[in-house]
Design a protein around this ligand. Structure first.
Ligand SMILES: Cc1cc2nc3c(=O)[nH]c(=O)nc-3n(C[C@H](O)[C@H](O)[C@H](O)COP(=O)(O)O)c2cc1C
Length: 218
């Protein structure tokens, strides 16, 4: 009886000790107020279109916070006083959320406050895609459609519009990267079940695409 209790207590202690760092790590992931985006300059549009391309080799170096700020604003930031955004969205649903997966954890981009809200601590980059480079590139954006924002739209609109809206956001990010000389690729190859679990998504949130971004590898 005593032995059984002891082994139970020891096992419980091991479990608790192994959980403590996870809980602490989750608490350590703080909200990030991004610096105001720099919304002027960049290369001329036609030059950007000439160089827009996908890359699958990335330097592991982190993007400076100002670059991340500019990237997220370009992708789907607020660009007008009424809260509308840099990318169009069907019926102005604004149903695409950007999850920002960094080495220290995953965040949700809040466009209104231009801030990152903690979702889950830890390095979850590898689960954002099925290709090896996603695990080491510094930034993976995950485009999640929140169908709770699509209201009572007909099924055809609910099926077709969110992927189109995500594509608009991804193209904005492509153009920003082309202007800044960053490496980028949009991705559909994702284990959506595994990633949805990590990001704690609800059943009516669907992962549409992901996009990997970083400096080109020299
Ligand atoms: C909807 C969509 C899904 C894609 N999925 C992947 C992907 O999972 N992995 C990948 O390496 N590239 C992916 N790509 C990138 C395409 O392979 C790439 O755009 C295409 O080869 C043309 O190359 P370019 O972008 O340099 O013009 C995807 C592109 C789109 C538009």
């Amino acid at each position: 009886m005593c032995l059984t209790y002891r082994s139970f207590a020891a096992t419980a202690a091991v479990i608790v000790m192994s959980l403590v760092p996870c809980v602490a790590a989750a608490q350590n992931l703080k909200p990030v107020q991004l610096p105001a985006p720099r919304t002027e300059g960049g290369k001329p549009l036609m030059d950007v279109l000439k160089s827009r391309q996908s890359a699958r080799v990335f330097s592991p170096d982190a993007l400076p916070q100002q670059v991340l700020s500019n990237l997220l604003w370009a992708a789907f930031g607020v660009n007008r006083p009424d809260g509308r955004r840099t990318a169009p969205s069907a019926r102005n649903w604004q149903e695409i959320d950007i999850y920002v997966v960094l080495p220290e954890g995953a965040y949700l981009y809040d466009a209104k406050s231009h801030a990152l809200k903690p979702v889950v601590a830890g390095d979850h980059r590898a689960v954002t895609g099925t290709q090896a480079y996603v695990a080491t590139a510094p930034v993976n954006l995950v485009y999640v459609a929140d169908y709770a924002r699509t209201g009572q739209a007909p099924p055809e609109e609910r099926e077709l519009f969110p992927p189109a809206d995500a594509g608009c956001v991804a193209e904005n990010a492509y153009l920003f990267c082309a202007s800044e000389g960053l490496a980028v690729v949009v991705r559909g190859l994702i284990d959506r079940t595994a990633l949805a679990k990590v990001l704690n998504l609800r059943a009516d949130q669907k992962i549409i695409l992901a996009q990997t971004i970083g400096f080109p590898k020299k």
